[in-house]
Write a protein that binds this ligand. Structure first.
Ligand SMILES: [Zn+2]
Length: 239
């Protein structure tokens, strides 16, 4: 027996064997109680970091365990590849977002494969692909028809140097986190989804979930429904 674990050759050998055998491909018609296992889709604006490795390892352990107990597990992977993080990374590196995003999806896919995570890669999707975002557009149209999507002008964080809108998280001490320029407000047309129409229903249905009370409280605060408060103050010298 070799004294040293030669991970480069051992892992490459077995990962190729798994891939050739299509070991993690999900057959919809296979026996076993179906289980849909989804972690989260990473932003392909860089490469994998240890936070990803932790998250996807936990999902992988769950998937492998469930398969061993006879469940028919669908474990897909995809890329949250549309919008601000991808655009910002492309601006920062002076590359077209499509090229930047595609290169990083490829690099991260390679990293996930080397980690040996048990995904069904036949189900891979990218939210920046027309095949996917046609559905985003479709669902937006349904919201619009129901009066749940509406447009209004509102002041947003604006970096005059990057010429982009910034999320609150991207404004650090009043300055753009990317270039340090002072961030101003700009009145821009924006689309909104009328999620507050569902605030009461979200609160009611929260009670049906078997979550710990502190998690429910966090959710209640996040939903943030408020009807105001009645307060009586005693005034000295008056009835
Ligand atoms: Zn900036």
């Amino acid at each position: 027996m070799k004294e040293k674990y030669d991970f480069l050759s051992i892992e490459a050998k077995w990962q190729k064997r798994w891939e050739d055998a299509a070991l993690f491909r999900t057959d919809d018609a296979a026996p076993g109680d179906p289980f849909y296992l989804l972690e989260m889709f990473p932003y392909p604006s860089g490469k994998l970091h240890m936070g990803h490795v932790r998250n996807y390892s936990i999902g992988d352990v769950a998937g492998r365990y469930l398969r061993m107990t006879g469940r028919n597990v669908l474990h897909p992977m995809g890329w949250d590849a549309f919008g601000l993080p991808a655009e910002n990374a492309a601006i920062q590196h002076g590359i077209h977002p499509y090229i930047w995003t595609s290169e990083h999806m490829e690099a991260m896919r390679d990293q996930l494969k080397r980690l040996g995570v048990s995904y069904d890669w036949d189900r891979e999707l990218a939210t920046c692909s027309p095949d996917y975002y046609k559905w985003t557009q479709w669902i937006f149209v349904q919201f619009f028809k129901e009066g749940l999507a509406y447009k209004k002008k509102n002041p947003v964080n604006w970096c005059p140097s990057c010429e982009t809108v910034l999320a609150n998280e991207q404004v650090v001490d009043g300055a753009c986190e990317r270039c340090g320029t002072e961030v101003g407000k700009k009145n821009l047309d924006q689309w909104y989804l009328a999620i507050t129409k569902y605030a009461q229903r979200l609160l009611d249905d929260l009670e049906q979930l078997g979550w710990p009370q502190n998690v429910k409280t966090m959710q209640q605060n996040w939903i943030g429904r408020s009807t105001g408060a009645d307060v009586d103050f005693d005034i000295e010298g008056f009835d």
